[in-house]
Design a protein around this ligand. Sequence first.
Ligand SMILES: [Zn+2]
Length: 611
Amino acid sequence: MNGAPMTSRTRTDPATRPAQGLLALALSLGLLGGLLEGVIHIVIQKAGVLENSWYPIVWIAAVFNGALLGVLGVLGVGLVSIAPRRPWMGPLVVFGLASAAFLPWLSLLLKEWIAPYAIVLLLIGLAASFTRWHTRAPARLERRSRRALPWLAAATLAAALGIEGGSWLTERMATGRLPAAESTAPDIVVLIIDTLRADHVSHLGYRRRTTPALDRLASEGVTFENALSTSSYTLPSHASILTGLYPYQHGVEWQTSKQGQAGAAANLPQTLQTLGYRTGAFSANTFWFSREHGFGRGFLRFDDYFHSVEDRMLRTAYGRIVTRLVFPRLGWEDIPARRRAVDVNRAALDWMTRDPDRPSFAVLNYMDAHDPYLPPQPYRGMFASRPDPGGLIHWERHVPERLTPEELQAEIAAYDGGIAYVDAQIDALIATLRGRRARRDLLVVVTSDHGDEFFEHGGFLHGAHLYREVIHVPLIFWSPGRIPDRWRVTTPVTNASIPATILDQLGTTWPATAAPSLRPLWTESIGRTRWPAPLSEIRHRPWAERGPVRDGSLRSLLAEGLHHIEHDTRPPELYDWSEDPHERVNLAGRPDMQAAMARLRLLDPRLAVAH
Ligand SMILES: [Zn+2]
């Protein structure tokens, strides 16, 4: 690198000194740059500039950049040694190493504020200055690098041990402080199949056999045929499933979840801790169901980022550059390092079976039915006429205006394949749990946070409106011996009732402001004629690319067999829930519907708050 073989400095150790010096310089640059990247990562994440990260990025970035610069250092040594007569080779290699070490933290620090070409110019300037500095006294700088290397390695190790060991210790200590649980307390598992619309579930009437495992759970437990999510979007809906509150109560909306979750009064995992439960969440939707978005409250373990080696690498600055610039050009369509249901299950099972003496409460979020619809084979092609359907709809990169009928059917077939894949994994999860945790009863709840649209109302995906396809979700309670089997409830309910229902099963009450326990719907001999109408909400999103949500907030109520949707500025809509499942005929203008609409408006739970 430094032309050292030509100089008197080589007298000390002519064969190895340049190689060692250059390698030490490369590794030091990598580790120091990585630590710097990690710290900048955390600081700008806290400032709200960067998303999808957490403290372990500090040591992960150091290890990744250290390894990368180590490899580049070896290559540099090779280049210098094969070109001993070219004095410019050494400085060029140092320039390359410095650029590779400076780029990640520099781009992370500046990319929100200055243009990419300006970052490149700055990078060239910094790397050139560093090279000049090195060329003036190469031996001194390399000696310093050799001395600094053990300290930098120690700092990386300390960061890894501190962060990983700290969270391990925190969990252990918090677990140790839990009160004693009742010996008969069941393990509780809440399975949230992200983006599963109810009408694609076999036992809810779908023509394809997508869900044999869920069908069995439903037949051995209680299934709610008309369950609604509280929103058509992940954040508010997950918050409702954990707090029992509607979005207007918990305040979690588009990007304001941190405040909303922090402000909510109590949530299910916190309450279960007071009953002696270990609490854990295992998320595949790391975009939204994560600690960063405020969902860590009440969980002793929250497993979101850095779940695999690939995920760790892709969350570094270099990984983000590769994800954004390289993968799309290579035709990579799937979510990078996508976490499959099998991986979510493995992590949850490891954690659940670690402590046999305590009951555990685990929330699992599965992302396999979410777009882009690219489940693993053989599921991807199992409902399609061709072997590799899916991938045309991608929320981040390309949402088509329209698809041909064949393309649309292929996307739906791939979506159904994703559902079938999750279903098979749920079957395996429950079988393993029953084997490993045989001493304890098991309570399983299955639901979804929202559905997905396949052009029923002129678009794709979710979060743009509150029509049935995006809010009608499955809801099953299964616990042999504790919950009756073959019980089907047609009363419309909200899945925000999950916390109250679980606690009711355990003999504990839940604040009256939250959605009520559903237990009376399967324990009372006379069915309730009046039940609180489930509410769904979505807040005005002016920056949305499409849908009614662009023009104002929406809320919807389901009661008397009618689905009533109100919009801030658009006329109301009313659909017959059983006769018009695709909500094509708006009844709101019919004179004979005005009295029913007036009655439905009065059922809005928000009115109780207003008065
Ligand atoms: Zn979702």
